[in-house]
Design a protein around this ligand. Structure first.
Ligand code: HEC
Ligand code: HEC
Ligand code: HEC
Ligand code: HEC
Ligand code: HEC
Ligand code: HEC
Length: 428
């Protein structure tokens, strides 16, 4: 009988150790799952929708939300039931204007219904890539909705939110639930082990009360023993350390990623009013964008070209006057900011590459307050360089390169082919 009990105690403590190992591995899984969810730039591993999410974030999120919310283009919730066919979607996303030109009824209807804004073409996306994007959109609508947060410009920041959630969040949730259950089992097992080991030790007067007490009381003494148990204590400490390490790691990962950042500015300047309603050209104020590295923020005297007469009495405009009188610059809060280790040049993109401001910054002319729409991560830069064809039209500089490239490949000349993936081009 005694030997039998000792056997049970031994088996129980083995089980208990096994539980400990399972809990630790679950912890590791949870933290690695988190990292995967954060790092949109990493090559996708977990199936089509995961890859689709990266593609969507880097190519579509500045114009589309995955919900019903309209950004520049319509919200893409339920797109597969709305569009004529999957084949139609492949054609549309690769080159919407070509499809419109064929006279396709639905294509023309969508085009006209959205103010005839031309959607970018994505000839380099394969059918499988597009199916991945569609799977991601579908999945994002099945997962618990992230609840779009309205921003001051009335549009939704849902694309940014949706981009950072997705199926892997559910995965993490399930893992955490499992972890909690395992921890509970661990505690109960420990309690039982300590009760049993007491039961098999030589009987003392004290133990008689334990044996005769109710099971509930036994569990209670077992639990209080458990807290004094050095093994359990060390497990708790380890768990704590793991969680702390994970938090630090996640924090480090999100440094520099400010997608969705829309700080309040010292003067209630509105792009929606100036660039949208009054159609003032971006280059009128951001004079550097065509010429050099920085797009530059306009100095107060550029505002005075108009506000020397317009709305002088407004308290917001008076702030411009005060700044000029005190001879100090207006302290605009910077929205986009690459770390010093990376080099980005506006004129290379805007002037030479002919890339529109909106491709990277979103529809600034609809924003009351500027919001960072792109992640500005290395993955974001690289992804565009892999997909975007070099604008070689009317640029003699590229003639030789194009001829050379044609000999080697049938693919069009991409930024990646002219050195757009070389570390030294973007890093000093
Ligand atoms: C520069 C903004 C822009 C980008 C980037 C963009 N779209 Fe669009 N998209 C639009 C606009 C605008 C429309 C509405 C049709 C039109 O005006 O051409 C549209 C329409 C669509 C439609 C049809 C919607 C409907 O209701 O039938 C689909 C599908 C679509 N886009 C998918 C995508 C996908 C997938 C991507 C990324 C690979 C993408 N779009 C990137 C602007 C954009
Ligand atoms: C009348 C002058 C004016 C015009 C026109 C204008 N902007 Fe601006 N822009 C500003 C000012 C002032 C700021 C700084 C305050 C702010 O962020 O709202 C700014 C900020 C920005 C920022 C954020 C800079 C940062 O801190 O990272 C971007 C991006 C931007 N503008 C793009 C554009 C684009 C694109 C257009 C054209 C569609 C445009 N702007 C037209 C004056 C102008
Ligand atoms: C090309 C002309 C022009 C320039 C340059 C210009 N604005 Fe304006 N701004 C306007 C017009 C027009 C209005 C609308 C006035 C009205 O509502 O009657 C306006 C309105 C405003 C308002 C709202 C005032 C209110 O109380 O309704 C603010 C704030 C403002 N501008 C700030 C700026 C700042 C800051 C700059 C410089 C970065 C600037 N503007 C440059 C033309 C200009
Ligand atoms: C290829 C993507 C891309 C395009 C196109 C682009 N920008 Fe930018 N923009 C960026 C990045 C990246 C930064 C951050 C740069 C940094 O921190 O060094 C930035 C920063 C800015 C800033 C604030 C800092 C600065 O450089 O002075 C302004 C203002 C701005 N952009 C305006 C514009 C305007 C206006 C256009 C169109 C004429 C434009 N951008 C086109 C990617 C782009
Ligand atoms: C929307 C697409 C797009 C994005 C996003 C983008 N680029 Fe580019 N980039 C281009 C294009 C197009 C060119 C080619 C311009 C030309 O014709 O020389 C280019 C060229 C360059 C070049 C010169 C390459 C060479 O070999 O001459 C550098 C450096 C560069 N980009 C850096 C960056 C950095 C850094 C970022 C991210 C912060 C970035 N780019 C984001 C489209 C993009
Ligand atoms: C097209 C431009 C571009 C190219 C090419 C590029 N990088 Fe980057 N890299 C960036 C940008 C932009 C950042 C800043 C990203 C951020 O703040 O999240 C960055 C960040 C980094 C970092 C800092 C860590 C991090 O993730 O923030 C390292 C390390 C790095 N790059 C290494 C490399 C190496 C090695 C290569 C060549 C194989 C390379 N990069 C090529 C644009 C580029």
């Amino acid at each position: 009988m005694l030997i039998h009990s000792i056997n049970i105690v031994h088996k129980m403590s083995c089980l208990y150790k096994l539980c400990g190992v399972v809990v630790l591995s679950l912890m590791l899984l949870v933290s690695s799952g988190q990292v995967k969810a954060q790092d949109a730039a990493a090559p996708a591993g977990g199936g089509d929708a995961e890859k689709g999410k990266t593609l969507f974030t880097n190519n579509c999120a500045q114009c589309h939300s995955v919900t019903g919310e309209k950004v520049v283009g319509p919200g893409l919730k339920g797109i597969e039931t709305r569009a004529p066919s999957k084949d139609w979607l492949h054609k549309w996303i690769k080159n919407s204007s070509a499809l419109i030109a064929t006279g396709d009824a639905y294509a023309n209807q969508v085009f006209n219904a959205n103010g005839k804004i031309q959607m970018s073409s994505f000839p380099s996306l394969s059918d499988a890539d597009i199916d991945g994007i569609l799977a991601y959109i579908d999945g994002a609508n099945k997962a618990p909705a992230p609840g779009p947060t309205a921003t001051t410009d009335g549009t939704s920041s849902a694309p940014a939110a949706a981009a950072s959630s997705g199926p892997s969040e559910l995965f993490t949730f399930v893992l955490i639930a499992l972890l909690l259950v395992m921890l509970l089992v661990l505690g109960v097992l420990l309690a039982i082990v300590s009760i049993l080991s007491k039961a098999v030790s030589p009987i003392t007067a004290e133990d008689v009360t334990v044996v005769t007490s109710t099971f509930g009381q036994r569990l209670k003494t077992g639990l209080s023993d458990a807290f004094n148990n050095p093994t359990l204590r060390s497990i708790v400490i380890w768990l704590f350390l793991l969680v702390a390490a994970k938090e630090t790691f996640d924090g480090a990962y999100s440094i520099g990623i400010q997608q969705g950042y829309a700080p309040k500015q010292p003067i209630a300047y509105s792009h929606k009013l100036h660039a949208g309603q009054y159609k003032i050209d971006c280059n009128y104020c951001h004079t550097g964008a065509q010429k050099g590295k920085n797009a530059t923020i306009p100095a107060a005297n550029i505002c005075m070209n108009c506000h020397g007469v317009i709305k002088k009495e407004s308290p917001e405009i008076q702030k411009i006057y005060t700044a000029i009188e005190e001879n100090r610059p207006i302290e605009w809060v910077r929205v986009h900011n690459l770390p010093d280790l990376a080099y980005f040049n506006h004129s290379q993109h805007v002037n030479v590459g002919n890339v529109a401001c909106q491709t990277c910054h979103g529809e600034i002319e609809k924003m009351e307050v500027v919001e960072a729409r792109s992640s500005l991560t290395m993955g974001w830069c690289i992804d565009c360089h892999r997909r975007t064809e070099v604008n070689t039209k009317d640029n003699a500089y590229y003639d030789k390169l194009v001829a050379l490239h044609r000999k080697e490949s049938k693919e069009p000349l991409k930024v990646a082919n002219i050195g757009g993936l070389e570390c030294s081009k973007c890093h000093y």
